[in-house]
Design a protein around this ligand. Structure first.
Ligand SMILES: [Zn+2]
Length: 177
């Protein structure tokens, strides 16, 4: 009976009865393709979006593990991904192979490339362009503009970190001449 019901569980969000067919016992399944664990770890899909992935602990850790430098950057990267990917499920899969360091002329670090990507810039953007992009992005999610918006606050924080990475890199380049 419950085995037969499973085939009805395709689609998003995925739900299934847990241990019984009673409505009250329904649990949400992990959004990772093919995973049958309960998805009880929400992960934001994009900045300023209330939408969440719901992963099991293992896949939430996998999702988060890709972001070890910028707190909150996964949201911005997810935004960039959603611009280029139409399918949500396919988006997560391809994002696992996303190569930050692949672009650019090789003179920038992977962190700089990530920061540029977050600001929506190419690898050859000069610092004036960086400053302009950062101001525009930060303005959109500034706490004064979106008070009490947790997602906006995190996006704002990510932009600050990205700008700081690029500013320090610019200074290092100037010292070197
Ligand atoms: Zn899972």
């Amino acid at each position: 009976m419950s085995r037969a019901k499973r085939s009805l569980d395709w689609g998003f969000p995925r739900w299934r009865g847990y241990g019984s067919s009673r409505e009250a016992a329904k649990v949400r399944l992990c959004d990772r393709h093919g995973c049958e664990e309960p998805g009880n770890c929400p992960a934001p899909k994009a900045p300023n979006s209330p939408e969440r992935w719901y992963f099991c602990q293992r896949h939430a850790a996998e999702y988060n593990a890709r972001w070890d430098y910028f707190e909150g950057l996964e949201k911005a990267e997810a935004e960039a991904r959603e611009r280029s990917e139409s399918s949500e499920a396919a988006g997560y899969r391809s994002a696992a192979h996303y190569g930050w360091a692949a672009a650019g002329d090789g003179s920038r670090s992977a962190d700089e490339m990530r920061a540029l990507e977050l600001l929506g810039l190419e690898g050859d953007a000069d610092f004036e362009t960086v400053k302009k992009a950062w101001r525009a992005k930060a303005k959109e999610v500034h706490p004064d503009v979106k008070p009490g918006d947790e997602d906006a606050a995190k996006a704002f924080q990510a932009y600050q970190v990205a700008y700081e990475v690029l500013r320090q890199a610019e200074e290092r380049r100037e010292w070197r001449g």
